[in-house]
Ligand binder design. Structure first.
Ligand SMILES: Cc1cc2nc3c(=O)[nH]c(=O)nc-3n(C[C@H](O)[C@H](O)[C@H](O)COP(=O)(O)OP(=O)(O)OC[C@H]3O[C@@H](n4cnc5c(N)ncnc54)[C@H](O)[C@@H]3O)c2cc1C
Length: 428
């Protein structure tokens, strides 16, 4: 079956989903194809810029001043091609969209907030789900606070969080409670806990168990499992029953806040006219005169053919599988575009895993022109109407710079806008 769209978006991570949203809002007939990737690992935070320079591990309280310094020091960073006004606007659009789907976000426009991580550290981030925000306020007041772990939930240790933060936040008290109706020794999984908390009788017993341990705590932090489909209702009800402000702390993957974002996009995009090919991939891609881009789509074998005037490549890095590391080089997996990389494999990583400068492999990716078009070896765009967005872009280390979702969303908007501008004045 062959279907024609004006734009095809490759990738259903944050960058691809945001690109599909921006395209739909501009009236572009779009299809998006991809499977689960980094987004289901993601904490739900929207980082814009938290650390620069990374080698000094300098935390940026004001993300915008941080970006100013970043692009001055690294003019090849993709942020250097997007105005701060457009970065902010793209984030507001996505946050407003999520809010309408029932996922409220909290932020202060010119200031990062410090969020509690499951490792018991604090990280600067720009925006976070409403269900996490009370953690920021409790930290700022250094309020006496209970951190609740669950018997049988692996990878979330209330004790470790409290121990690691003890110097900075002595009022943290860790406890472990049993989840209602889970037998002794049972292993618990975040996804199942989130679904079970959507039942009001489970919430009632769980809240009662937490309340019994409350003591003098003025806030309660818990693993991020406050519901998958109705998180705001679960959060409000639990908070009312426990009687003090509560907050979620991200867990190890799969991350419920990441799943919520993905679910919201996949539910709402079709209503905006976007055709979603979920859990599918582009198996082969080519450009043919008269047909434009031709993409064979399927899970294992081709099930559909999508033709489009433009493509946005938002296929991620190694986890997303947009880039693949072979024995001697890194390749871009869909169009075989040139990849910026250090030339010899021995230099991909530094000797120390935690080297503050990061590893050169984490800056690999496709290089783009000012219109977000990947470059061919000649230095010219590989194709007139092929654009790239998200973590596949070269010259950024989103993990260490703490700019993952911010860069994904801002570059997605920039790529869609570049296409629309080129459509108006094709001479570029
Ligand atoms: C553990 C972890 C924690 C994170 N925490 C945060 C955080 O706290 N704050 C923050 O801001 N960001 C965070 N992120 C980062 C954020 O999730 C990523 O930066 C962002 O998701 C990058 O998105 P992306 O869309 O570019 O790539 P990805 O999310 O990797 O998505 C790539 C997409 O491309 C698809 N794809 C690849 N090849 C093909 C193909 N041939 N055909 C079709 N589709 C294809 C994949 O299926 C996938 O859907 C975290 C990420 C991880 C892994």
């Amino acid at each position: 079956m062959e279907t024609r769209f004006e734009m095809a978006v490759i990738g259903t991570g944050m960058a691809g989903l945001a690109a599909a949203l921006f395209a739909a809002r501009q009236g572009v007939a779009a299809a998006v194809v991809g499977s689960s990737a980094e987004i289901i690992f993601a904490s739900g935070f929207f980082d814009v810029l938290g650390v620069h320079p990374i080698e000094q591990r300098r935390i940026r309280i004001n993300p915008w001043k941080g970006i100013e310094a970043l692009v001055r020091d690294n003019p090849k960073h993709p942020y250097a091609k997007i105005s701060q006004k457009n970065i902010a606007e793209s984030l507001e659009t996505v946050i407003a969209f999520l809010q309408k789907t029932g996922l409220s976000y909290c932020r202060r426009s010119n200031r990062n907030a410090m969020a509690v991580t499951p490792a018991g550290t604090l990280k600067p981030t720009y925006a976070m789900p409403r269900s996490m925000w009370n953690g920021v306020l409790a930290w700022e007041e250094k309020a006496p606070c209970l951190i609740v772990g669950l018997e049988g939930l692996k990878g979330f240790s209330a004790r470790m969080i409290a121990e690691n933060l003890r110097q900075k936040w002595p009022g943290l008290r860790p406890v472990k409670v049993s989840f209602p109706d889970s037998g002794p020794g049972a292993e618990l999984f975040a996804e199942r806990l989130a679904r079970r908390l959507e039942s009001s009788s489970i919430r009632k017993s769980f809240a009662a168990a937490v309340r019994r341990r409350l003591g003098a705590a003025r806030a309660v932090g818990m693993p991020a499992v406050f519901g998958l489909y109705r998180p705001e209702e679960v959060f409000a009800d639990l908070q009312a029953r426990i009687g003090v402000p509560i907050f979620e702390i991200p867990t190890m993957p799969p991350s419920i806040p990441g799943l919520r974002i993905k679910d919201a996009f996949l539910r709402e995009l079709p209503k905006l006219g976007v055709r979603v090919f979920a859990e599918k991939k582009v198996l082969a891609a080519r450009h043919e005169p008269g047909r434009g881009f031709v993409l064979d789509i399927g899970a294992e074998a081709a099930e559909a053919v999508v033709c489009s005037d433009a493509v946005i490549l938002a296929s991620g890095r190694f986890l997303g599988r947009g880039l693949r590391a072979e024995r001697t080089r890194i390749i871009e997996a869909v169009f075989d575009l040139p990849v910026y990389q250090v030339s010899d494999r021995a230099s991909w990583h530094r000797e120390e895993l935690l080297d503050a400068r990061g590893h050169p492999i984490h800056r690999a990716g496709v290089e783009i022109d000012d219109w977000f078009r990947p470059l061919a070896g000649s230095g010219r765009p590989a194709y007139d109407r092929l654009f790239a967005a998200g973590s596949i872009l070269a010259h950024q280390d989103w993990m260490r710079e703490k700019c993952g979702s911010g860069l994904a969303v801002a570059s997605a908007q920039a790529a869609v806008n570049a296409y629309l501008n080129l459509k108006k004045s094709p001479a570029q």
